[in-house]
Design a protein around this ligand. Structure first.
Ligand SMILES: *Cc1c(COP(=O)(O)O)cnc(C)c1O
Ligand code: SF4
Length: 354
C-alpha cells in the first residue's frame, strides 16, 4: 500500500487499496452486500496482505458466502433475552445496554454481524433509550450495566457522559463496563474528554478492550490505552480465538503480554461464535484447549485469560477448560502444566460433593 491510509467502506475501496485482487472483486462485492465492510485508516496501515493476521480480521473473503448448517443469525441467543430494545438481560446481576449498532471496523468473525452495520438498526431513539433506562431502574438486581453495541466509543463524549450520569443516578447500578475496539482501531477518538465522560459515572467504570493480535498495539493505540488507565479507568481484555490470527501459542502469548504490559488485565478468550459465514476463522475446541494448556505452562498468571464459550441458544458463557482435575475413586488426580498427573488426597467428606 502507498500513501496515507484512508477509511475503507466498500469492496471497490478495498480493491483500490490493493487488498482485493481484481479477479476476486465480484465475489467480495457480493459479500459486502450481505455483511458490512469497514476498515479504519489506522487498521489499513497494519494490513500487509489479506491473509495476514490483520487482513484476516477485516478484509472480506469469498468464504463468507458459505453458511454452515450449524451457524445462525443470532449465535448467542440475544433475542431470547431482550425484554426491551437495546437491553439483553440473561444473568440476574447484569445487562447489556446497546445504544448503537455501528462500529469503526467490521470484523469478519463478528457474532452480531447480522445486527451491526452502517445502516443496521442505527441508534436507539431517545424514547427507546428512556425505556431501556426504565428497565434497569425497575430491576434492582441489576448491579452492572455492560454498554456495548456496536461500539459505544463512537458516541460523542457528551453522549457517553449523559449515559454514564443516567446510570450513576440509579443506586443499584454499581459497575459500568464499556466494550470497545476503538483504542486499537481508531486511537485518536480516545480523548481526555472521553475518559472524563466515563469517570462521570463516579463508581467503578471499566473498559473492556477487544483486540486479537499483538500487532494492534501500535504506539498510538498504547497511548490511547494509557489515556484511559491514567484517568483512573481500569481495563480488561477480550479476544476471539481466530484461525490464522492468534491460533498459535506464540501469537496468543504475545497478545496477552501486550495487554498486560499496557495495564489491560486479560479477561476472556472467546471461542468463535457460530456466526454465519465464519467457519474458515473458527478453531476447534480441542485445539483451543491445547493452546490454553501451553499458555498455562509458559505465561504469567497475571496474563492468563479465561477461555469461554457462549452457549448457542442464549444459555450463557462458560469456561471451557482445559481441566486439570479428574476423579480417581475417592481421591483426585491433578495434571501439572507439563501434562504429568499427580495424586491429590480427598479431604474428609469430599467424595460426597462431586
Ligand atoms: C457476555 C454477556 C455478559 C457479560 O458476561 P460476563 O461473564 O460478566 O463478562 C452479560 N450479559 C450478556 C447477555 C452477555 O452475553
Ligand atoms: S467491533 Fe465488535 S460488534 Fe463491531 S464488528 Fe467487530 S466484533 Fe462485531
Amino acid at each position: 500500500m502507498s500513501g496515507v491510509p484512508v477509511p475503507i467502506r466498500d469492496a471497490d475501496a478495498l480493491a483500490r487499496a490493493g487488498l482485493v485482487a481484481p479477479e476476486r472483486l465480484d465475489a467480495i462485492r457480493r459479500v459486502a452486500e450481505r455483511y458490512a465492510v469497514g476498515v479504519t485508516g489506522d487498521v489499513a496501515a497494519l494490513i500487509e496482505h489479506p491473509d495476514d493476521p490483520m487482513g484476516l480480521q477485516f478484509v472480506p473473503r469469498a468464504e463468507e458466502l458459505e453458511t454452515e448448517a450449524e451457524e445462525r443469525a443470532d449465535p448467542i441467543g440475544d433475542a431470547a433475552h431482550a425484554p426491551v430494545p437495546g437491553i439483553v438481560h440473561r444473568y440476574p446481576d447484569r445487562v447489556l445496554l446497546k445504544p448503537l449498532h455501528v462500529c469503526p471496523v467490521y470484523c469478519r468473525f463478528c457474532f452480531r454481524r447480522e445486527m451491526v452495520g452502517p445502516d443496521g438498526l442505527g441508534t436507539l431513539s431517545a424514547a427507546e433509550f428512556d425505556t431501556a433506562l426504565d428497565y434497569v431502574r425497575d430491576h434492582p438486581a441489576i448491579w452492572e450495566v455492560v454498554v456495548t453495541g456496536g461500539d459505544p466509543f463512537l458516541l460523542s463524549p457528551r453522549r457517553l457522559r449523559a449515559i454514564a450520569e443516567a446510570l450513576a443516578a440509579i443506586p443499584h447500578v454499581r459497575v459500568l463496563r464499556v466494550h470497545t475496539r476503538v483504542p486499537v482501531v481508531s486511537p485518536a477518538l480516545v480523548t481526555p474528554e472521553l475518559a472524563a465522560a466515563l469517570r462521570a459515572f463516579g463508581g467503578a467504570a471499566f473498559v473492556a478492550l477487544h483486540a486479537n493480535h499483538a500487532r494492534e498495539f501500535t504506539p498510538q493505540a498504547e497511548a490511547a490505552i494509557a489515556r484511559l488507565v491514567d484517568a483512573g479507568v481500569p481495563m480488561v481484555s477480550q479476544s476471539v480465538l481466530l484461525r490464522g490470527v492468534n491460533d498459535t501459542a506464540e501469537a496468543m502469548e504475545a497478545l496477552m503480554r501486550r495487554f498486560t504490559e499496557n495495564r489491560v488485565k486479560p479477561y476472556y478468550l472467546h471461542q468463535g461464535d457460530l456466526a454465519p459465514g465464519t467457519s474458515h476463522l473458527r478453531v476447534p475446541l480441542a485445539e483451543g484447549r491445547a493452546l490454553m494448556r501451553r499458555l498455562r505452562g509458559q505465561l504469567s498468571g497475571l496474563a492468563q485469560p479465561t477461555y469461554v464459550l457462549d452457549i448457542p441458544g442464549g444459555h450463557g458463557k462458560v469456561p471451557v477448560g482445559p481441566a486439570y482435575l479428574e476423579r480417581d475413586g475417592e481421591a483426585w488426580r491433578v495434571e501439572d502444566p507439563q501434562g504429568t498427573l499427580h495424586p491429590y488426597p480427598p479431604p474428609a467428606g469430599d467424595a460426597s460433593v462431586d
